[in-house]
Design a protein around this ligand. Sequence first.
Ligand code: HDE
Length: 694
Amino acid sequence: MKKPKQRSHDNDKRKGGETHQTTTSGDRTLTTNQGVAISDNQNSLKSGDRGPTLLEDFILREKITHFDHERIPERIVHARGSGAHGYFQPLKNLSRLTKAGFLQDPKKPTKVFVRFSTVAGGAGSVDTPRDVRGFAVKFYTEEGNFDLVGNNIPVFFIQDAMKFPDLVHAVKMEPDRGFPQAGSAHDNFWDFVSLMPETMHMLMWAMSDRGIPRSLRHIEGFGVHTFRLVNAKDESTFVKFHWRPALGAASTLWDEAVKIAGADPDYQRRDLWQSIEDGDYPEWTLSVQAFDQATADKLDFDILDPTKIIPEEVIPLTPIGRMVLNENPVNFFAETEQIAFHPGHIVPGIDFTPDPLLQGRLFSYLDTQLSRLGGPNFHEIPINRPVCPMRNFQRDGHMRMNLQPGRVNFEPNSLDPNSPRENPMRGFASFPDPSAGPKLRQRPESFADHYSQARQFWRSMTPPEQSHIVNAFTFELSKVVTPAIRTRMLGHLDVIEPELGKRVAAAMGLEGQADEITPAVKPRDDLEPSPALSIIAKAPETIKGRTVAALVTDGSDGAAVSKLRQALKKEGAQLKLVAPKVGKLKGNGLTPDMQLDGAPSVLFDAVVALPSEEGAEALVDIAGAIDWLRDANGHLKAIGFNEAAGPMLEKAGITPDAKLGIVSLDGGRGLDSFIAAAKKHKIWDREKLMHPPR
Ligand code: HDE
């Protein structure tokens, strides 16, 4: 059932958009930014119809000047992003943990805007590189905006903000040549990380299937740092924040991600947009791992170290809320581009810890908005405005929008008893964190173990996921051309887990060449694997929210298509028809959604070949049609087919085998077993045969 639409800044947007048109003359006359009606929007003002353009043409100059300034600096990281509006609702009253107003009443929704992003690429880069995904949520609460600026990976590469510019320089395109775009497979990145053992845990995550998610609707999210929740009695509880997608986490295969990048560079942005347009709203549960100081003291790592997780098996997740994204932006620039996140946007009831990475972030995000959005008044841009009253004595500056009346712009004052005053009862009060010590530049000893959790991650993966990690390291390190970087990195992999090091070295043909790496702290061998870290182990069997494509031709069986469509609809999935031509098909009245060349099977979760006999005869000689099936097979997707498609399957080298998800739809239960196979998302048993582990 569709939820009623909720949105932030409704009035701002709609009214703002219409002011020009309604206030000029009540009609739809085009005007300049000064409100002057424009009579001709096709021709500049010239001296004679072939004559030079006149400097006097204030309409042309205004239009071109504005156009010249349409772009603002893109984000230095997380430049490529997609956003949506929605709402958050607590599952229960959380006053035991926090006094934050928006976490008290389960009946009360809070509006949110979420921006997902990749990290390394520019704003125009593709959606599916191997990369971390940003997961930033702005909660417009009645006590101010709260930003939970997280990632889809629960740890970070580095432990101290001091290293962030180096990390980002290393991963982004190399400064002399300007490539690679949106990719970590280059010397600079691997040189840096191989010299920084603290990156090892996060590298395992980034090289795992988490780095190539199926869609933004299928990613988990993490606050990464340890935060505090503070209740009305000023009692503090440590928390780690977790988002879990209602559809379950899911990933692509590397070969698939690479091909999607060419077939649809906007694959994930389009998916997010389309699912919201279709009313199939993406949804997540927000959970916390809550613990006290005594528990923190018992953990075998430091909770201030952002390169560590607390396994769910050690401290389970407590679900606290639900988030639904139910409205697309009205304008990408005004909202998704101009939204300004900042971990320092918090509200009473939530507080920081001295995690040295978080502490650095608390400076960086405000600072970056000054250059990105042009000045200190970005909080007045509609998407950034709090929904609660905002009053203080900050004044003026670039692009000040609010009219601030009166002569009093200072505090204390006696001239205006109605002017704003501090409020010790309601105002934000920092939790009196007791940590202090001598002034020094030093990493604590408790941050020194860089390998144990990397090893634990490896041991928590299923065999296919382990193979994907081996393949990812092999791919990336093979792109590195400096031999010393490769062998240094192989040395680290040996420390993480000898089996991992050996497999990557063998796949690269560099057996026995790994550097000797001596870790500062011997990695532990006794950490229990955490099955919750595996995507495959906990994947729900569902095709909800997925898209299945049917390859159809003139003369295809229309009844079979509608049976398939109905069956998919029942499961919450959709059917797209792909055909050699995009016009209405003959003999069945079907209208294709997409033409074959623009709809390779990488764009779909499962495929069905339902050609007519004549249609199949023509398609069997078309490489694109055979690749359509061959790729679906290689990408471990469920494949359904009718008898006519037999020769096509044969040419694609595909042997029907219902146990491996290659299912004939002709028999009575064919459709059911196809859907059962599609619900597995990937048929992992097929992978062992097609891509034997290295
Ligand atoms: Fe960010 N990060 N970051 N980061 N980050 C930015 O802020 C920074 C870190 C994250 O959709 C920038 O407005 C520093 C961790 C997301 O607009 C910048 C450090 C995590 C987004 C910045 C970190 C993140 C950003 C660039 C280490 C996961 C995109 C543009 C001390 C918990 C937000 C901007 C959006 C964006 C700095 C580390 C997540 C430069 C200095 C850890 C999701 O301020």
